[in-house]
Write a protein that binds this ligand. Sequence first.
Ligand SMILES: Cc1ncc(COP(=O)(O)O)c(C=O)c1O
Length: 476
Amino acid sequence: MGQLPNGVARRIIAAIKEQIHSGVYQPGDRLPSTRAFATDWGASRTTVTAAYGQLIAEGYLTTRPGSRAIVAQGLGVAAAPTASSADAPRYLSAFALRLLALPAPAAAQTARIADFRYGDLSGADFPVLAWRRALTRASLRRAPQLRYGDPQGSAALRNALQAYLWRARGISCTPDRIVIVNGSQQGLDLCARLLLDPGDPFVIENPGYVLARHCFVAAGGVAVPVPVDADGLRTGSLPTARLAYVTPSHQFPLGSVLSAARRRALLAWAARTRAYVIEDDYDGEYRHDIAPIPPLQTLDPASVIYAGTLSKTLSPTLRLGYLVVPAALSRAFVEAKRLTDRHTPLPEQDALADLLASGAYERHVRSIRRRNTERRAVLLQALADLCPAVTIAGADTGLHVVAWIDGVAADREPAIIETARAAGVGLYPVSPMYDATEPRPAAAGFVLGYAGLDPDALRRGVAVLATVLAEHRRIG
Ligand SMILES: Cc1ncc(COP(=O)(O)O)c(C=O)c1O
């Protein structure tokens, strides 16, 4: 046994034990090297070696020659700490209280057979080589200084997006109207902060996109749910409101397309009441059976804030999206973006600009669209073959469908989800997308996302779903 640990070594020993007991270091985790630990603590390497030696002697750590110390197996790790009054916040802002009052969205499941979670893409669809090449090119273009970028987004990306939006969506805008954001979610958050004060009413589709609704409610907005039907948002009697959030190309989640007459009515309402319309064109690239639908933005660029995302074509993990804002709002969005996070990471912006400018992005979109059209065909065929008493909505565009379970009441959704989960299938109910104060369809319904699943998993997932539904129909 070496020297007795000195004061610093004793503090290191106590700190590591505390980290092990509280579960920060788990059995099997590697500790930092003695050199790295010594640098972090401003201690000598001899002191850290003595501390590690003592922990090995007490059975907390194990080592093998030449490798870093490892936390020993079988040590008691503290249970997750329970909330006590000491853990409660001292105070919270009104924003935080509104935020915490919102229901948390369903957590992702780990499903053995198929997880129909909407929003996932298949990892196999990501253009790994093209993205790596573009990122490498971006990082090799060394700037003399590493300097914060433009909060609005890199000029290269905004120029490339301007051209892409014109080609792909018929949007005509100058780059100074485009703001690059970390996913359209950040765009919605900026809209909430810039356009809503506490107590302001906002129009939201019912059912609708929960994370948009939550953004506006957290900002203090008062939701005015407006029902949707086969022609999208019902514009017959729109209330006075600051803004309306809509998904006109593919209503989320039910899938209808906002009709031409209602587009005109919505824009006339916005012009008359001086409201803004937020057009979330989240999956505009995916049209299966219908012709391209020009965005609302093209009809009235002064009323519409257009939100686009790369989450449905490249990856939701990248957190890349963009807004096309009315000229009058451009400065407010740029300054809000600056205060939020300075700007979206530049290497990713440059890589995306490269993909767009080289044509690689559009090639990729054609390929992923083809693959998702195939997945959709497999899903619809399997549902038709195996689940006869299920009505499908919203299959013309997008990456999900809604399955209404005829003859099974909505209050059975949780039980069906539980049985499906036990059988290895992740299901997500449509209920949370409805405003709790408004009437909703009597039948159970599920949002089936298919872009993350291969054809075999889709077929097997639907087979399980069919068995689960048959079981629940028997129970009644
Ligand atoms: C209606 C809607 N809008 C936008 C998004 C994309 O959000 P983001 O760009 O933040 O990933 C989603 C993702 O599921 C969505 O369903």
